[in-house]
Design a protein around this ligand. Structure first.
Ligand code: ATP
Ligand code: MG
Length: 398
């Protein structure tokens, strides 16, 4: 056992599920196994804890998984020891030394005794283990606001750990239906996708480009963003739809002020076709109320009128700072702020309509006679797949 490292993760919200708890747990375990498919590691779930075990060389891949896996609230590297008080005291002592080295001054010990046959009760175990640490002057006891909590769990085996690492929380990806994310190169849409993944949604992406009016770099940037959010979403497909002809048609036939809005409607039409095809339950966009002209409530209503599916906007009530904080947390920020423009910016009007009338917009849309062009664009899509497990295989191989 000793040459293996054991990690323990705690399940959060998931534990509130009643009758379908088993389904949620099963999905969580399957997802963790997918991340680690190319790595020597075992994943199991026991009494509401997820355990991942592997040899030393697997640790970086396991830690990557625990940092990205949605559905757990926290995780720790844990010492697995014999179920006797001497072994437990030794392990707690080692945890205290490690915590001191990281700057902790105070501690407390919390014990859970799931295995009731153990001769001491939880309180006695905590006291015994704490005494050695305290007597040796390593850390002071503070039961109210300790710098570190050393946890002892007596189960089929005995686990001793400090839980310092926060995780993504949320519900396991794959338990909340499937969404099609309209992914552009900006800050918002990758965050919107991540937010829905956190609610258990499986997310695929669609990106509309207008080559050569938008650059190959702009497309590369969006693919990079898809690769990053796939690290949380287990995997994702990105559908790249060539929209140049659609954009040109709008430019020819529509009043300039309406061009962005009409383009959004065309994007929704194409997204409807794709959602049918991939059996998505909804569309997802990165819109946030009032952020730009196309995101007034009136214009959002017009955009939505072209959707055959529910349109989810997880960022609708967030401000830019809140969105940026999440973008930094998930690692999309640096890519999103690269300068390459996506198609909407180049064709954007100087004075866009701010409060479009729905009937007027729909009339202008009909005048475009654009459904065939949209369908052609959809049929000419290119599909790429990004998976967390490929990232793990490439990054942590050998
Ligand atoms: P983002 O930061 O996501 O680019 P934004 O603030 O730039 O959003 P808009 O350009 O108005 O806002 O786009 C609103 C939403 O429409 C985006 O969040 C995205 O979901 C979708 N969208 C815009 N352009 C594209 C595109 N080229 N391909 C796919 N989806 C797009
Ligand atoms: Mg944008």
């Amino acid at each position: 056992m000793s040459e293996y490292t054991t990690y323990l993760a705690k399940l959060g919200e998931l534990t509130l599920k009643g009758s379908n708890l088993k389904e949620f747990e099963k999905r969580l375990v399957e997802n963790a196994r997918l991340y680690l498919e190319t790595v020597r590691a075992t994943v199991r779930l026991c009494a509401g804890r997820l355990y991942i075990e592997g040899p030393e060389e697997s640790c970086p891949a396991i830690e990557f998984t625990l940092k990205h896996l949605i559905g757990i609230t926290g995780w720790a590297k844990t010492t697995v020891c014999e179920k006797n008080i001497e072994a437990i005291k030794k392990a707690a002592y080692a945890e205290a030394l490690a915590a001191k080295a990281e700057g902790a001054k105070t501690f407390k010990i919390e014990t859970r005794r799931a295995e009731k046959s153990f001769p001491l009760n939880s309180y006695e175990i905590s006291c015994e283990a704490a005494a050695d640490v305290f007597d040796a002057g390593i850390l002071d006891v503070d039961v109210h606001r300790p710098d570190v909590v050393i946890r002892i769990e007596i189960r089929d085996r005995c686990f001793v750990y400090c839980d310092r690492n926060k995780a993504c929380r949320g519900l396991p990806v794959g338990t909340g239906g499937k969404g099609l994310l309209l992914l552009s190169g900006g800050l918002d849409s990758p965050v919107a996708g991540y937010r829905m993944m956190r609610r258990g949604m499986k997310v695929d992406c669609v990106y509309f480009h207008a080559y050569p009016y938008t650059s190959a770099e702009a497309q590369q940037k969006v693919e990079d963003l898809a690769r990053i959010i796939a690290q949380y979403g287990v995997d994702t497909h990105i559908n790249i739809i060539p929209f140049t002809d659609v954009q040109m048609r709008i430019k020819e036939r529509a009043p300039e002020a309406f061009s962005t809005l009409l383009l959004r409607m065309c994007m929704m039409s194409a997204a409807n076709l794709l959602a049918d095809r991939i059996r998505a339950d909804c569309l997802i966009s990165g819109e946030s109320l009032g952020q730009v002209a196309s995101q007034t409530i009136q214009n959002m209503t017009v955009t939505e009128s072209a959707c055959a599916y529910p349109l989810l906007r997880p960022l609708v009530g967030l401000d830019k700072e809140e969105i940026i904080a999440t973008a930094k947390y998930i690692g999309t920020y640096e890519t999103s702020i690269l300068p390459y423009e996506d198609c909407c910016v180049l064709f954007s009007p100087k004075h866009p309509v701010l409060r479009a009338n729905r009937a007027e917009a729909q009339q202008l849309y009909a005048r475009l006679e654009i459904d065939e062009l949209v369908r052609l664009a959809y049929e000419n899509r290119e599909i790429k797949r990004f998976a967390a497990r490929d990232y793990v295989a490439q990054t942590f191989a050998g």
